[in-house]
Design a protein around this ligand. Structure first.
Ligand code: PLP
Length: 363
């Protein structure tokens, strides 16, 4: 049976690799001879534990996570991390600093304000979040509880190319929309978190990578479920985890490994983004990229057309031609192509051809 797969540029939840979906379909009713779906297995059973531990070790391997760090699978999305981080690490008498690069940084900052004293280490809001601040422009204090950054700004389409070296101040990053898109040096970070629904798998599981010494330093007067240490002590099996999501995550990790790992994936993502950025750059102002060139995201490519009328026509035609999810986020409008890991090269190539053709016919 030949299925027609959409050119899926949704920002999240977003495309999953076809081979992963096919494998899940094959295993759906009888998971590896158990006579049950993976969703029906006890989370305390041997077959499920294998799935769970395999997903953890695959993530460790792909991201080269050092032994100093623990991998956790939590629920509540990246949004719950906005609260858990200050609850756990913003001790009274301390301050935490946030680098403001878009709407998700703003949400993280607002949540932290509910728990303690926070301030902005830098912000590119004045320039409508077109850029990432220069590393030497960040103003935080050595006494801060932590510095928080958003590594990829899903809505504005900007991405950090290098990360700051914050020394003894714990560096915390929301990597929801670019984790696994390229190799990173995990040892630079005290905590990395990501909702799974872009590069990692379906929504419902949130990955947290946390340096072990932070667990010991965390506040204790918070609910059990909201303490990182609860989940670390129990291998993320304190309560029922999102078992199907973790199974899918494990399969996505196997797919990424089989593709050749993160160096290869990073090259592929560059190639994909270049198809579209090169059309924008050679369009003589017909297409206008939102992000400054040195801050451009390889995951979310944001742009406008030279008039609102053309933009409306472009988006309608894109939809008709089968390109899904090209409308910009409801808060800023415009166009956005999300080219996460599972989006094939051909989809980006086809879209760049569509853009070129549209310009020719409407210039
Ligand atoms: N952070 C970033 C960078 C995101 O892109 C998103 C969702 O798109 C979130 C946080 C919120 O994630 P969740 O829906 O898992 O709470």
């Amino acid at each position: 049976l030949q299925v027609q797969r959409a050119y899926n540029f949704n920002a999240g939840p977003s495309a999953l690799p076809l081979s992963v979906l096919e494998k899940a379909q094959e295993e759906l009713i009888d998971f590896r001879g158990t006579g049950m779906s993976v969703m029906e297995l006890s989370h305390r059973s041997r077959p499920y534990e294998e799935v769970h531990n395999q997903a953890i070790s695959s993530l460790r391997e792909l991201l080269a996570i050092p032994d100093t760090h623990e991998v956790l699978f939590l629920q509540g999305g990246a949004s719950l991390q906005f609260s858990m981080i200050p609850m756990n690490f913003l001790q009274s008498g301390k301050k935490a600093s946030y680098v403001m690069t878009g709407s998700w940084s703003e949400k993280a900052f607002s949540e932290a304000k509910l728990f303690g004293d926070v301030y902005q280490a830098a912000s590119t809001k004045e320039g409508n979040y077109r850029s990432i601040p220069k590393l030497d422009e960040l103003q935080y204090n050595q006494e801060d509880a932590y510095v928080h950054i958003t590594s990829n700004n899903t809505i504005y389409g900007t991405q950090w190319k290098d990360f700051p070296d914050t020394g003894d101040v714990p560096l915390i990053a929301d990597m929801s929309s670019d984790i696994l898109s390229k190799p990173i040096d995990v040892s630079k970070f005290a905590l990395i978190y990501a909702g799974a629904q872009k590069n990692l798998g379906p929504s419902g599981v949130t990955v947290v990578i946390i340096r072990k010494d932070l667990l010991e330093r965390a506040n204790t007067n918070i609910p059990t479920m909201l303490k990182y240490s609860t989940h670390a002590k129990n291998n993320s099996l304190y309560n029922t985890p999102p078992t199907f999501g973790i199974y899918m995550l494990g399969e996505v990790l196997n797919w990424a490994r089989d593709l050749g790992g993160l160096d290869i994936i990073a090259k592929r993502n560059e190639e994909k983004a270049n198809f579209i950025y090169s059309v924008i750059d050679n369009s003589n102002g017909f297409y206008i990229g939102h992000a400054d060139q040195d801050s451009r995201s390889l995951m979310n490519l944001t742009f406008n057309l030279k008039t609102p009328e053309l933009e409306k026509k472009f988006l309608e035609l894109a939809k008709q031609e089968g390109f899904v999810g090209v409308n910009g986020h409801r808060s800023i409008g415009g166009c956005r192509v999300s080219a996460y890991n599972a989006v094939p090269v051909e989809a980006c190539q086809a879209f760049s051809e569509f853009m070129t053709k549209f310009q020719k016919e409407n210039n």
